[in-house]
Ligand binder design. Sequence first.
Ligand SMILES: *[C@@H]1O[C@H](CO)[C@@H](O)[C@H](O)[C@H]1NC(C)=O
Ligand SMILES: *[C@@H]1O[C@H](CO)[C@@H](O)[C@H](O)[C@H]1NC(C)=O
Ligand SMILES: *[C@@H]1O[C@H](CO)[C@@H](O)[C@H](O)[C@H]1NC(C)=O
Ligand SMILES: *[C@@H]1O[C@H](CO)[C@@H](O)[C@H](O)[C@H]1NC(C)=O
Ligand SMILES: [Zn+2]
Length: 443
Amino acid sequence: MDFALLWLGLLLPLVAALDFGYHHQEEMEAFLKDVAQNYSSITHLHSIGKSVKGRHLWVLVVGRSPKEHRIGIPEFKYVANMHGDETVGRELLLHLIDYLVTNDGKDPEITNLINSTRIHIMPTMNPDGFEAVRKPDCFYTNGRENNNFYDLNRNFPDAFEFNNVSRQPETVAIMEWLKTETFVLSANLHGGALVASYPFDNGVAATGSSYSRSLTPDDDVFEYLANTYASRNLNMRKGDQCKNKMNFPNGVTNGYSWYPLKGGMQDYNYIWAQCFEITLELSCCKYPREEKLPFFWDSNKASLIEYIKQVHLGVKGQVFDYKGNPLPNVIVEVQDRRHICPYKTNKFGEYYLLLLPGSYTLNVTVPGHEPHLTKVIIPKKSQDFSALKKDILFPLRGKLDSILVSNPPCPMIPLYSTLPSHSAATKPSLFLFLVTLFHILLK
Ligand SMILES: *[C@@H]1O[C@H](CO)[C@@H](O)[C@H](O)[C@H]1NC(C)=O
Ligand SMILES: *[C@@H]1O[C@H](CO)[C@@H](O)[C@H](O)[C@H]1NC(C)=O
Ligand SMILES: *[C@@H]1O[C@H](CO)[C@@H](O)[C@H](O)[C@H]1NC(C)=O
Ligand SMILES: *[C@@H]1O[C@H](CO)[C@@H](O)[C@H](O)[C@H]1NC(C)=O
Ligand SMILES: [Zn+2]
């Protein structure tokens, strides 16, 4: 009999503090506050705003310096439950938090990750929607939208067409949050399908819409990122797991090829916030029974961790003037992959560019001065918890004033107004249109 007690005693410390069940706002807050208190040196809990009904939008940050950015440490984020009735991601992120904090200093991979990365985790972007679901349903419930009946994944500015919607408090909170950190990589967790979907979600002929797709200049990186997630999730990578839904080879798809949408969050992140974001659809059933949650955690844990590590792809560094002062607001881009809104150094003069191994030319430009071109070779094994580090000395002649004043803000909406717009010829095919009708309520 003492054996049983002994075993229990040995096992208890290993048992996660968090149970597998749905955590409503109050329980979720209690858990997050507990974590922030018990692991105060590596976590920082803060609210980025409030929902329509006044619920806090919590973000827990995990990192060696959780309260503030440190030079060279990239910022990563996960956001779940923006559709309040897509619930798996919400619980997965709570378990991810539990897993990260309890394995720090124990598991070398997690310790390295926490040492090298600042990880921002937002378990719910739509707490009102989650609480509004009266009867959990696999397909659709009122909880998808926020409390003003807006779909938050249609509520962002759109670069391809004018998105005339009233910006909701949850959306505004995210837009403001994105300005406060230099986020590099992100994923947005949904349910109702099993696929990793990458930008763009909207498009025009110039991005490939005549071929029923819409690709970014960083498409190689995005496909790699989506595959990194999908290939570690046994069901997702099979590609056709949800009955009557589309077949996704290897469990990945371009967002627009699946179906176009306007005002989505991933396009907004990539275009306006210099942050690569993909959309993860994690369960055929949007709101599964809670007995299924351990299965979802087991099948997503490796993917969730491996995806965070990808924030260390490519190259990073600071841009300095000849006196060694860091230069903010300098455009640093790879030649031939220019962004709609040019990616610029932050206030510490830092840049982060996610790139696969290969040889690239960086174009470093201070508006009003000659561009400075410099070669960089990203080695094959370049991501041992750090991107290749390359600081750049900008050979600046003359005055610096022009960059200290920040350049005109990018968003001229729509950014593609001068390009050929949607027309009959560039609309997706009838087949895609029908697919759209059936799938409009997923991502
Ligand atoms: C925090 O610590 C308290 C006291 O040791 C413990 O009861 C609780 O389960 C811990 N919670 C978490 C989330 O670690
Ligand atoms: C992680 O950081 C801690 C604290 O700064 C340090 O003691 C430890 O050696 C680091 N571990 C790894 C694996 O880098
Ligand atoms: C935007 O919506 C408002 C209110 O619905 C309407 O008055 C306005 O004309 C719309 N603007 C455009 C450009 O569609
Ligand atoms: C470098 O970037 C600047 C600003 O984005 C652009 O105007 C210029 O054409 C680019 N030069 C080259 C050689 O790519
Ligand atoms: Zn969704």
